[in-house]
Design a protein around this ligand. Sequence first.
Ligand code: SF4
Ligand SMILES: [Zn+2]
Length: 361
Amino acid sequence: MNQINKQPIIQEKIRKIRQDTIKKVKIRSPNNDLNKPVAFWTKPDRLLNEVGNELTIILRTRGCEWALGDNGGCSMCGYIRDANIDHVNSQNIINQFDFAFQNSLDKIQNDSRPFIVKIFNSGSFLDDTEMPKTAREYVYKKIAQTKNIKELVIESRSEYINHENMDKIKNFLPNKYIEVGIGLETVNDYIRINYINKGFKFNDFQEVLKICRKYKVGVKAYLLFKPPFLSEQAAIDDCKKSIKKLLEIKINSISINPVNIQKGTLVEYLWFQNRYRPPWIYSIITCLKESLQDKNFETTRILCDPSGAGTNRGVHNCLNSDCNKQNLEIIKNFTLSQDINELNYSPQCFCKKRYELNLLQ
Ligand code: SF4
Ligand SMILES: [Zn+2]
């Protein structure tokens, strides 16, 4: 893997903020219940070819190696606050998964619509130090045995994706559609490395994509909408370029994630200083409208399910809750239907003018 040797200028600051956060997490939560997940829920979601339901399970592991190590992690990511920092063993992780899975099994088995299961661990599912092999295999077996689950999504940094673990996942789940979510964030190496501190190049991502394709495992690329140090307009342009490139290489799914201000991050530090504003919802709609054509949906699923949407810390327009609600509804309807016509509806609000005047900030 072609890791970046030259350190981005912001890395020192990120590392300092991260170390402070890790210290606080250790003091705050010495008694985490390691037999229960951080969270789990079910709700409607877009499956490959239809509308279905998702079961999302967030497991507590030691946390992302990239954030725990000397690199300090990514500038917008505060997931380390959900981590245990110290090692979490296989049995604990299995108990966490079982707690969520058993509590949702009735729903999965009795719903007329199929399920997609998303297992997130605020890091890399394929990193053995975070997610021991036995726990991974336990999850695969349970999913394989459950008929109404059609798809499984896991997340991993690209350096942990290899022939061995792709072969394994495919062997355990020959009849399910599997997708690995990778935080590519942008196709622009300069932005990814210097503004996000992601530590890998687009070429590395493409190498990993080849491996996944060999095993018929799908790849979902996460795009970060409005990384720090970009204006609103630059964010739209960056995301449009990324979508264009990813459509060209016929990626399986693109998930657009507008920045939300997570605690204990460089982005939060900039936000406190008024040097960062989360993106406007208008920008997401513009970006989708200007990037997509009907034919794109033959190869690629386009998703956007923003966290913290409509709040000060998340993607939002003005303080008028109707304005946020109506515009977010457009994105939600588009994601579920995969129909670009949903993007044409344009609710009116006084803030649109202010938005247009602030595009270059
Ligand atoms: S975004 Fe992903 S790779 Fe970056 S610090 Fe967070 S969990 Fe780790
Ligand atoms: Zn408004």
